[in-house]
Write a protein that binds this ligand. Sequence first.
Ligand SMILES: [Zn+2]
Length: 354
Amino acid sequence: MNKLFWLLQLMIHCTAYSQGIHKGSFVKGIYGNPERILEAGYAFDELGVNAVFVRRSSLNQEFYQQAKAQGCKVFVEFPTLNGKGYIEGHPEAWPINEKGEPAGPADWFMGVCPTDPGFQALREEQLRETLANYLVDGVFLDYLHWHAQFETDQPLLPETCFCDRCTRLFEKARVLQIPEKDISARAQWILANQESAWRDWRNGILNKWVSDMGKILTENQSDALLGAFYCAWFPEDHGGALYNTLGIDVPSLAERVDVLAPMLFHRMYARPVNWSGDYLDWLNNTIDSPEPLVWPIVQAHNKPGIVSPEEFGKALQAGSQPPASGIMMFSEQSLMENREKMKVMQDFYQRTKP
Ligand SMILES: [Zn+2]
């Protein structure tokens, strides 16, 4: 990138800060492709929005500069372990189930084997490329879990990944020998004899992804925040699937990021809208306050069922309770489809503390 252009970004970035975005401001965000909101004639400052969480694929220079000029922080959503578009041409990265077969898609989501070196190299390169082109306020890791589907009231929770690479890495890490040869027999042996060590190892692999991505972020832009979108099930939900299947341990995640962004998708989890407050109470008791920051993402999206503007307003309210110091919604598309929701968000953001 041209040096002058970079300097221009730095100036815009600093001006936006001096215009009133201070450390400690309550973050009022929009997630998705927020450029569509501008294209529809709205302005972020008029909406009370002070942060955008933009998909990496939707980020462009023009939007970046417009968002900054309107006083917004720009955070980039980074699709960490989303394998779609990669595994089709790289069978060695396809997650393998306990039968030794390539795992099928989990509804619309297709994960990846997180130990595949080629895939990790690609993600590292993509993160470096984004950081070379944009001075960001932070990067938010998304799809941060082993292959599964949790954004539904009917979760899909396959057992993965038992590829040769994963089980050999597990053997090495735990200094043990699996006395079986074929993949399905090795998987059965692990689940029967070393299940708890296996779950711990899987969690360690996920944690390492967070640490590795965080290291790249710090090396390139030391002031930028590392955030994580993650499934906001309670640890005991769905037979402990948060840890056992997705590989997520919230305290371990909290140690590695600056911002936790629990996905408080009440309808997708078949919960009442005020459940978000219960989750935040639990989080408050689980992590050491005040670090990391907590900026939930709440559901405006009409699936399953319909989230009315009134219900969306309640979701914003419930999701902003302590320890939250920011909030955003899934997603800009829901606001565009129902302008009453846009108004609800605007009213909420304008009356929420600066
Ligand atoms: Zn694997």
